[in-house]
Design a protein around this ligand. Structure first.
Ligand code: BG6
Length: 507
């Protein structure tokens, strides 16, 4: 990370401190941020949870977790990244408050703590079950904890934000009745990824890319987030939601917005979010009549992912018998703006697939004539078209960007060959050891909302997928695909109907 000023002193109150998110992502991020001086001694953490325990018990739980995960807490030897030192410094500033987040008493105790400790700035991080988001904000407001007269009071809300258009709108209304939009930080962790942010830089800092970034030159765009992980221990949560809700109106649409947005007037939060929201409002997903053609759902059956046996989705603990929940989605969408008129966008995402591969593939139109093909030395005329130029933005793993283009094959004959120009992030930069949450936590502390979702953007995204949610709820079932494959064949058919094919996973 490049040098950034240390964030202001604040108390970070984490609801759901004993949960997985906190152990796997938030606490490691706070350690990295301490090591890189993004936060200093003025940052205190109060963890709230229902388990019996005290400050020391909570602190030790992070050490135990790190040891089990082979993380920074207990590793033998030196401290090349300064994480052991950082943990030592952060540790005493972590404390525990036992309480039920649905009980007003917990918030009263918190207010008392703030009064005793003279807390001014505070961030309330809701890493809790989504059904409690609205209640928690109301409790915070009732206890006077959102009053900003002594310092800033911000609320970070994890996903999923609602489970459809109406519930998202209702939640926004509830929250915004008690807090201002400027106090609310709705998290989509994809926006914390360095390479996702780089999409904006790639476009707006490079004239040669932006110049051809429109329907005159672009044939179609594919956005993929393919995962090798299966549903595993998340059966209960996952079965109630499914891949469409879990990945599409949030993560994939954030990528879509980065690809499609107009250059903002400035790089401040409101200008950037205005442009992202405009895209989300222009997204047109399949309507009721188009769902059968343009939306595909799948669920994995037993197979092997990279040599690891994976059971049937339906055999996953806590998945309902006969569940119709999807673990794979492919969709064809359009973005109804001047720039993107007529350009199809194909999105796909799924679990237990052959490769982990998050990428944006922009395929350009082919050149209008086949002159080179006709010049082959044997004189044989061929109608074969040159392959199109393709820009592949690889988000994970192996972050980078490559361009497929055509070069002359050396020799006396005018022949062509497809070649690749590639830029790998790690060859050019020292990619810091980060979780992606460092940027998000830092931005909350400095009050920069650029990388967070605004109410209108969230609602627009849900609105775009609502017809698919409705059609799938009404009937039908996901198509089976074998774990370790590239997904259901219906997804290939969707592309084939348009005379196109998916970019091969893992390439
Ligand atoms: C989460 C989803 O938001 O994102 C998970 O709930 C998914 O199901 C994860 O696995 C993917 O994130 P990443 O950063 O691993 O690509």
């Amino acid at each position: 990370m490049s040098a950034a000023p240390t964030a202001p002193a604040a108390t970070l109150v984490i609801f759901g401190i004993t949960g997985d998110l906190c152990h796997r992502l938030l606490m490691p991020s706070l350690i990295h941020m301490t090591a890189s001086k993004l936060i200093g001694d003025g940052v205190h953490v109060i963890g709230i949870g229902r388990s019996e325990g005290d400050d020391e018990w909570l602190r030790a739980s992070f050490e135990n977790f790190n040891a089990e995960a082979g993380g920074e807490g207990e590793e033998a030897g030196g401290d090349p990244r300064g994480e052991r030192t950082a943990w030592k410094s952060l540790r005493p500033r972590i404390s525990y408050l036992r309480g039920d987040m649905t009980d007003a008493e917990t918030y009263k105790q918190l207010r008392q703590r703030f009064a005793d400790e003279g807390t001014a700035n505070a961030v309330f991080y809701l890493a809790m079950a989504p059904k409690f988001f609205g209640d928690a904000v109301e409790h915070l407001a009732d206890a006077g904890l959102l009053d900003e007269s002594a310092g800033f009071r911000r609320v970070a809300i994890e996903k999923p934000f609602g489970r459809d258009f109406l519930s998202a709108r209702e939640l926004n209304e509830r929250i915004l009745a008690r807090a201002t939009e400027g106090q609310i930080y709705r998290i989509d962790h994809f926006l914390g990824k360095e390479t996702v942010q780089n999409v904006m830089t790639t476009r707006f800092a490079n004239a040669m890319i932006e110049a051809v970034w429109n329907s005159h030159y672009i044939d179609h765009v594919q956005i993929t987030s393919s995962e090798t992980v299966d549903v595993g221990k998340r059966g209960g949560f996952f079965d109630a939601n499914g891949t469409l809700r879990d990945m599409v109106p949030n993560h994939l649409f954030q990528l879509l917005a980065m690809v499609c947005m107009e250059p903002p007037n400035a790089f401040d939060a409101e200008s950037v979010r205005n442009e992202r929201s405009k895209v989300l409002e222009a997204v047109r997903g399949p309507d009721a009549d188009e769902v059968a053609q343009d939306a595909v759902r799948g669920a994995y059956t037993a197979g092997e992912v990279a040599g690891r046996p994976v059971g049937d989705y339906l055999a996953t603990p806590e998945v309902a018998a006969g569940s119709r929940t999807e673990t794979y989605v492919a969709l064809k969408l359009s973005v109804d703006t001047w720039r993107w008129a007529g350009v199809p966008f194909y999105l796909r995402t799924g679990k237990a697939l052959s490769h982990r591969d998050t990428e944006i593939v922009v395929t350009f139109k082919t050149v209008p004539f086949t002159r080179f093909a006709r010049l082959k030395h044997d004189g044989a005329a061929t109608a074969a078209r040159l392959p199109p130029n393709r820009l592949v933005i690889q988000l994970q793993p192996d972050e980078g960007l490559s361009i497929d283009f055509v070069a002359k094959r050396p020799g006396p004959v005018m022949d062509t060959a497809p070649v690749k120009l590639a830029f790998n992030y790690k060859d050019n930069f020292d990619l810091a050891h980060t979780t992606g949450y460092e940027t998000l936590l830092y931005d909350i502390l400095i009050g920069d909302q650029t990388l967070f979702q605004r109410a209108d953007g969230i609602e627009a995204a849900w609105r775009a997928v609502q017809p698919v949610l409705d059609a799938w709820a009404a009937g039908g079932a996901p198509e089976p695909y074998t774990a370790g494959s590239a997904g259901p064949s219906a997804a290939d058919d969707l592309m084939a109907r348009d005379g196109r094919a998916w970019h091969r996973l893992g390439t």
